[in-house]
Design a protein around this ligand. Structure first.
Ligand SMILES: [Zn+2]
Length: 210
């Protein structure tokens, strides 16, 4: 694991050597604030923080643009190349739901550990006619209002973000776009609640709003 501290330097070299949108986006994401903090996490199994060797292999390969798998056809019919980027955008990938729930669990655990009780996917807010957010504090968070949040994880290298929202030119632009989309979605949330979007890119950068 200690050799991973050289990852940003390796990415810099790789991006300069192979200058294209994908590699630019990888380098910018790796260089963005907080995106490398996963390397500093203590590998505590009970907190879900211990990565398997295979998870580390995939995480590093995705960031370096190395081969992750053998090219094959996905269950959705799309041809997956050796870099395996399709895995983070495939709508039929079971990992998409697991990834979302894992991030939501970490947030709920962190707030609970601070002594603030929470509920995940609060039913009461569904009754108000809006889509249900991922979590809600059961006591006031700020200004007498409880906090609700909604998580989204978006792929730094998805074509839509790479070419339309320019992750190849601006780090965290995908996270910012996703965060704004959540704000719009929950615009009708009653003023009795504080809403916090939690948008994170697959290669690390979180939205500035966190
Ligand atoms: Zn697929």
């Amino acid at each position: 694991m200690s050799s991973l501290v050289f990852l940003p330097a390796a990415l810099c070299w790789w991006a300069l050597k192979n200058n294209n949108n994908n590699n630019n986006a990888r380098f910018l994401a790796a260089d963005a604030p907080h995106s490398g903090h996963w390397l500093l996490a203590l590998p505590v199994t009970s907190c879900g923080l211990r990565l398997t060797d295979e998870a580390v292999r995939v995480a590093v390969a995705l960031r370096l643009g190395c081969s992750v798998c053998v090219a094959h056809t996905c269950r959705c019919g799309v041809l997956v190349d050796a870099q395996g980027n399709h895995g983070s955008v495939c709508k039929q990938a079971p990992s998409k739901i697991d990834r979302h729930q894992a991030v939501n669990d970490v947030i709920a655990r962190a707030i609970t550990a601070a002594g603030i009780p929470v509920t995940k996917e609060p039913v009461d807010l569904t009754i108000l006619g809006i889509k249900r957010p991922d979590g809600l504090t059961l006591i006031p968070w700020q200004g007498g209002k409880p906090l609700s949040w909604d998580v989204t994880v978006v792929s730094t290298l998805a074509d839509s973000y790479l070419h339309v929202h320019s992750t190849s030119h601006c780090a965290d632009s995908a996270a910012e776009t996703a965060s704004n989309r959540k704000e719009t979605k929950y615009f009708s949330l009653p003023p009795d609640y504080i809403f916090q979007p939690v948008a994170i890119e697959t290669l690390g950068p979180p939205t500035h709003q966190l």
